[in-house]
Design a binder for this molecule. Structure first.
Ligand SMILES: [Zn+2]
Length: 339
């Protein structure tokens, strides 16, 4: 396997160094993690997982990819979508990876639903961070790697981590296709298999809102742990009072969220969450009127999506000077500085 993993990964249980023996990474306490086609699977068995696909990832790490070679059972798509992927794979002249062609429905939000199976390019967003200049960036919950690709193109040395083995394998195919060197790991945001105080940047988009509040706090603390002093955490979260977010909460009659349901935090709660887990935190707007609207995907959007992007970008511009506008944003970034 790539020696980078041996130099940089540690046991997620006790942070001890690892040795590679007969397709496994093993720590001095004999915790073992399978390596599947060069990708380490650093999930912890015997605990509640953040996503059901984590259990499938551990099973597929043992039994293999399946006939299609995609580890499809751990991707988190339903049987119909899996069948469509099989059909798309046989189409001559298709432009993007068939698994990613359907994963965008899970990763990019409802504005992309009409594009399932029909994309002719990868929707790579614009990363609102300065140029990487070789700094490290950990993309937590990277899925098929759209933000990992965006960060690598911006000059970061990227590590992508996700509990889905199938999504990580898709991410690796995409990165290779685009000529980018990104290190992908199957792992749990609450138990990062990375050394303490070694990274420059941690990033996450549309991930932690699906965790219970306890799990989200643990994951944010883990991001704080792996950052070195003066490192930056940059994380997107939805808000409690955003117009679209209020609509979603009303639709579920403001009941207590469970499982994969989105947890909506107030800006005060977000500042406390990241302030406690990482360090001094500031809020900036990602978008209004929805979650995950990306101006970089203008050409892919329906007319409704285009209108939402224009309104959102105008409001975002004004929110820089007019701070109270931030309270109406549906999606915000928390920028935290590790002290
Ligand atoms: Zn261990």
């Amino acid at each position: 396997m790539d020696s980078w993993y041996l130099d940089n990964l540690v046991c997620p249980r006790d942070h001890e160094a690892l040795q590679f023996k007969s397709d496994k990474l093993i720590c001095p306490h004999q915790h073992r993690y399978p390596v599947v086609n060069g990708v380490p699977v650093m999930l912890l068995d015997g605990i509640d997982q953040t996503l059901h696909v984590a259990e499938q990832s551990m099973v597929q790490a043992q039994i293999g990819a399946g006939p299609d070679g995609w580890y499809i059972d751990s991707v988190g798509l339903n049987a119909q979508e899996q069948a469509e992927i099989g059909k798309l794979a046989l189409q001559p002249g298709r432009k993007i990876d068939p698994v990613v062609a359907y994963l965008v429905g899970a990763t990019n939000g409802i504005a992309y639903r009409h594009l399932l199976g029909r994309l002719d390019r990868y929707p790579i967003p614009h990363l609102r961070l300065p140029a990487g200049q070789g700094r490290t960036l950990l993309d937590v919950g990277c899925n098929w790697g759209r933000w990992s690709v965006a960060a690598a193109r911006k000059g970061y040395q990227v590590i992508g981590i996700d509990p889905s083995l199938g999504a990580i394998m898709a991410a690796r195919r995409v990165a290779r296709e685009l000529g980018l060197n990104i290190h992908f790991i199957v792992g749990d945001a609450r138990h990062l298999p990375l050394r303490t105080a070694t990274l420059d940047t941690t990033f996450s988009y549309s991930v932690l809102q699906h965790f219970s509040r306890t799990d989200a706090a643990t994951a944010v603390s883990e991001m704080g742990r792996v950052l070195h002093a003066k490192g930056t955490s940059f994380v997107q979260m939805p808000t409690k009072w955003g117009v679209r977010c209020l609509y979603h909460q009303a639709r579920r009659q403001f009941r207590e969220p469970t499982g994969f349901d989105v947890r909506y935090y107030s800006l005060g709660e977000l500042l406390a969450l990241f302030g406690n887990g990482v360090g001094r935190t500031q809020v900036s707007v990602d978008c209004f009127l929805g979650i995950g609207l990306q101006p970089s995907d203008w050409d892919l959007m329906s007319w409704k999506g285009k209108v939402a992007i224009v309104v959102s970008e105008v409001l975002r511009f004004f929110s820089r000077a007019l701070a109270p506008l931030r309270y109406l944003a549906d999606s915000v970034y928390l920028t935290s500085l590790k002290v």
